[in-house]
Design a protein around this ligand. Structure first.
Ligand code: IFM
Length: 468
């Protein structure tokens, strides 16, 4: 990271009991894709399709966490962070996405949860982090309303099995990725490029969220907390004209408010409905759906990586052309803000984190917010001394934690911060080429090597804050 991104220094303390943690997802770490009765997910199919994954890798082995979870949990214990967020693999628990539970799949998660609890780590479950059973995709996938009801059944199975030991439950991770990125942009499984499918998928994911929460509330006892994780990319208008402002509004609508407003207000934003009118009349939204989607939440998970700077593009271009996540705004342009970047060329933008947290608090009636993902990828390597000196990651986290603290100072009820991620893992379409972990993974030998950032974060947790 270069000098421009340096944040003010000085020690920073977090509120007592602040929730430190790390986060992972099933397909990214587990491997063992045929073990214990698991069947294929859309990600198994997609990652085995030629030219879909940058380095040709797949999740067949990943971190082999299914077999090495005890070693991984020991490493988490060494970090001292009180929380660990992970997702359940639907195709392990209900291999075809329908019907009775696969006990072997549930038993794996019971063992994992037990190992966490024994070491004093609170498990935080994400129900769905993108690994849809392939069988459900064959029946239409998320563009089909049926899948929302299947998610609710799966939610009930998982909750009945694990809720005695797991108090923290979130439904979805980043619904924009499992809808627009997957069905419109085609970059994620199942790799479709159909804007209408994507809008329907977004709604059915949100409906599934609401239906799952209804089941959980019905079953719950004292102490359970329920929520959802949404990733936000705040939009900055990067041009001087009305057309630029309109493009920025449209992109903000489709990226952020399309998901936030139904969940937090029980309505789709009216401007987004009219932006999408040439594509859909929202006839896929049935009466009562939005009441189901707007459920009381005990916590809101925010994943934040960076803002996006937008201008208008060529007015003659088709707003609905396939192959973009910006459905209805394919004519807009993402502009380079000139900030320092990570190894993935993502802007390093801690100011956007403070901004989005305060914006959320001012704009919606928010439950307590948890940052359920924040992190960065770098070209890490093992040095001659056998260590991984990832000072860029440390600087990145330091800056983002200061930004989070600034939001708390501004009055935001922020309860925790989970680093993405504990160990380097299968980064979706980027495969094994992007390393986000506090722990380095040698994919050949499966050796785990805690990076400098691991020790740095351990000290942050122990101190409950940042040193000078
Ligand atoms: O690896 C992903 C994760 O699965 C979801 N949020 C963003 C991370 C980094 O791209």
């Amino acid at each position: 990271m270069n000098k421009e991104s340096a944040q003010p220094k000085g020690s920073v303390a977090f509120p007592e009991g602040f929730g430190w943690g790390t986060a992972t997802a099933s397909y990214q770490i587990e491997g063992a894709v045929t073990a214990g009765g698991r069947k294929s997910s859309i990600w198994d199919t997609f990652s085995h399709t030629a030219a879909k994954i940058r380095d040709g890798s797949n999740g067949d082995r990943a971190c082999d966490h299914y077999h090495r979870y005890l070693e991984d949990v020991d490493l988490l214990a060494g970090l001292g962070a009180p929380y660990y967020r992970f997702s359940l693999a639907w195709p392990r628990i209900q291999p075809d996405g329908v019907g009775k539970a696969n006990q072997e799949g549930l038993d794996f998660y019971k063992r994992l949860v037990e190992a966490l609890l024994v070491r004093g780590i609170t498990p935080w479950v994400t129900l769905y982090h993108w690994d849809l059973p392939q069988r459900l995709q064959d029946q239409g996938g998320w563009p089909s309303r049926e899948v929302a009801y299947r998610l609710a059944d799966y939610a009930e199975i998982a909750f009945k099995a694990l809720s005695g030991q797991v108090d923290h439950w979130t439904t979805l991770n980043e619904p924009i990725c499992s809808s627009l990125l997957s069905y419109a942009q085609g970059e994620h499984a199942p790799g479709h490029r159909d804007p209408l499918e994507a809008i329907r998928a977004a709604h059915h994911l949100l409906l599934g969220h609401g239906l799952a929460l209804e089941r959980w509330r019905h079953e719950q006892r004292d102490g359970h907390q329920f929520g959802i994780t949404i990733n936000l990319e705040p939009i900055v208008c990067a041009g001087p004209d009305e057309a630029d402002r309109d493009a920025a509004r449209r992109v903000d609508g489709i990226t952020n408010r399309l998901f936030l407003d139904p969940v937090l207000k029980g309505q789709y934003p009216s401007d987004v409905i009219s932006d999408l009118a040439p594509l859909t009349d929202f006839g896929h939204v049935f009466e009562g759906d939005l009441e189901v989607i707007r459920q009381p939440l005990d916590m809101f998970g925010l994943n934040y990586y960076h803002r996006n700077w937008i201008t208008a593009g060529d007015p003659r271009s088709d707003r609905f052309s396939p192959g973009t996540i910006r459905v209805g705004s394919a004519d807009s342009v993402v502009v380079d803000p000139g900030l320092p970047t990570t190894a993935l060329d993502w802007p390093i933008d801690p100011g956007g984190l403070t901004g989005v947290l305060t914006w959320l608090a001012e704009t919606y009636r928010m439950p307590p917010i948890w940052i359920t993902e924040s992190g960065s990828a770098w070209n890490d390597r093992v040095d001659g001394d056998g260590a991984v000196h990832d000072s860029d990651r440390i600087a990145y986290l330091d800056a983002h934690l200061r930004a989070a603290r600034a939001a708390i100072d501004a009055g935001v009820d922020l309860r925790g911060y989970f680093v993405w991620t504990s160990t380097d893992n299968f980064e979706w379409a980027l495969g094994e080429s992007a390393r986000f972990g506090l722990i380095y993974l040698d994919y050949e030998t499966q050796r785990r090597i805690p990076k400098d950032s691991y020790r740095w974060f351990r000290d942050v947790v122990a101190r409950n804050g940042l040193a000078d």
